[in-house]
Design a protein around this ligand. Structure first.
Ligand SMILES: [Zn+2]
Length: 508
């Protein structure tokens, strides 16, 4: 039986349009899901939208529509990444769905009695963050993120006693039972735990929630705190409510349960979510990967600065794979990275147009011209040289294991340059003119290109498929990567067919 692998994006609020940072997270998660599938695993990739937020209620009020109509329209902003960015999620959950309400309420009902308690509470609440702040966490009395004065909230709420899990969470994180990647984030959260964990509010009054959200079981006056219901999406989508087959397969017995999130929501995923699961007696995530933020032209992206980069516009202009290649290859996966048009265009031209695009065209042109479009070498072992790809694949494996897409793509670019170098050095056209047999050389080049196509499948799936197709390979016929990455799998006598240019040069 195939090994199972579960991976999720965070679920964004739908009150605002997606920016390029959302696209980064979707593309990173998608590349990992595709890589795991290529390894032969049975992958479940989940995405979705967080629709029970108070922000949506406010945004809908402002737009003069019902909250339901508002979220029904706006969730597509994120769902449509599927086509625009070629995101291969297996399911997309909206937290306004019945299956989510049922699952979230079931999770709540499973909390240990001693872990929840109703208390009178007074606190400072930032709606933008959907979180309470302590006085000393504010900057000049304002939310450090939103620069707005939080509202004073005073009511009876349910509380979750996070303090009960302080020691256990510390141990789980320390021992990588919940592995936090990258390492510096792990250390940050361990230090946070050491400062002491405080109980947190897990419900709000119906009134403050404007009646929007998941009702607390057996307490009709209360609505679940939006994060409590939102986090449960990771299992409610698997039909946790009914202990469904998907839940058993991709969560309960699954070997890897990975969440991909941004650095701003670590607390919820590293502490709140595992504590809730511990209380309910449900298996924990095995890994949380935390990416950085994307700035635009060196500035923090914000609506007030008017520098929101619309991922749909960028895709419209440059194409899906160009955007994926930049997000994965030109932006650090763990630190903050920058989106700049100039850098984007440079990266695109250097690595896609002049890099793999040009190489593919060169190799296919020579096969057509000198070998009648056939990979015809009789004995592939006796040709002039044999490329070493085991180091290349080792590097791909290591870098992707640590979510280091940038390094992974760097290795691919290096391999492309290596093949280009061989062509320039060997000058196959001169050899052909002198009547030498270059079929062995062309075989090696075509086989090298096959490896590049394979390595690019998780990164730029459409272009990678085009490369493989030109070499007479159908992606649906591929074996798992362990087999495919062996040297020499390109069958002699394969008919190749040169395709259109993979990447158009930019008009300046
Ligand atoms: Zn805030």
């Amino acid at each position: 039986m195939k090994k199972t692998f579960y991976i999720s994006t965070a679920i964004p609020y739908v009150n605002a349009k997606p920016h390029i940072g959302h696209a980064l997270e979707y593309v990173q998660t998608d590349a990992l899901a595709r890589y795991q599938r290529l390894l032969g695993k049975d992958v479940f990739f989940l995405s979705g939208t967080d629709e029970n937020s108070l922000k949506n209620v406010q945004a809908a009020e402002k737009a003069g529509v019902s909250t339901k109509n508002f979220v029904d329209e706006h969730y597509t902003f994120f769902y449509n990444f599927k086509d625009a960015l070629d995101i291969s999620f297996d399911d997309f959950i909206r937290t306004t769905e019945q299956r989510h309400f049922d699952g979230a309420q079931k999770l709540w009902s499973l909390f240990k009695k001693e872990d929840v308690e109703k208390r009178a509470y007074k606190g400072l609440y930032c709606v933008g963050c959907e979180a309470f702040y302590k006085e000393d966490e504010l900057v000049d009395g304002k939310c450090p993120d939103h620069k707005t004065v939080p509202e004073v909230v005073e009511e009876e709420n349910w509380f979750f006693k996070l303090s009960h899990y302080q020691d256990e969470l510390k141990k789980l994180i320390e021992k990588d039972i919940i592995k936090i990647t990258p390492e510096f984030r792990k250390n940050e959260w361990l230090a946070f735990v050491d400062r002491g964990l405080e109980d947190f509010s897990i419900s709000r009054s119906q009134e403050r929630a404007h009646g929007w959200g998941v009702p607390v079981p057996k307490d009709e006056g209360q609505i679940m705190y939006v994060w409590v219901d939102a986090l449960s999406n990771y299992i409610t989508a698997l039909n946790f409510a009914d202990d469904g087959e998907l839940y058993k397969k991709y969560w309960q017995t699954c070997e890897d349960r990975v969440h991909v999130i941004g650095k701003g929501i670590g607390k919820f995923h590293v502490l709140y979510w595992p504590a809730m699961l511990l209380s309910a007696g449900i298996p924990l995530p095995t890994e949380v990967f935390i990416h950085g933020y994307v700035t635009a032209e060196g500035e923090k992206i914000s609506k007030s600065l008017g520098n929101v980069v619309d991922p749909y516009e960028v895709v419209e202009k440059y194409g899906t794979d160009a955007v994926r290649y930049y997000l994965l290859g030109a932006i650090s996966s763990t630190q903050d990275g920058d989106f700049s048009v100039e850098r984007f265009e440079e990266f695109y031209t250097a690595h896609l147009v002049n890099g793999v695009g040009n190489l593919t065209s060169r190799i296919l042109t020579m096969l057509e011209k000198y070998n009648e479009s056939i990979i015809s070498v009789v004995n592939k072992e006796t040709s002039d040289f044999r490329l070493q790809t085991s180091d290349f694949w080792k590097k791909i494996e290591e870098t992707l294991q640590y979510y280091n897409f940038e390094e992974s793509i760097h290795s691919i670019n290096n391999f492309v340059a290596q093949l280009d170098g061989i062509i320039s050095e060997q000058k196959p056209w001169e050899k052909a003119k002198n009547g030498e047999d270059i079929s062995g050389l062309l075989y090696q080049l075509a086989e090298g290109l096959r490896h590049i196509g394979l390595a690019l499948l998780p990164i730029i799936p459409q272009s990678a498929e085009k490369i493989l197709n030109q070499l007479g390979i159908q992606v649906s016929d591929l074996e798992n990567l362990e087999i495919e990455r062996e040297w020499g799998r390109l069958e002699p006598e394969t008919k190749v067919k040169k395709g259109e240019l993979l990447f158009q040069r930019l008009n300046k």
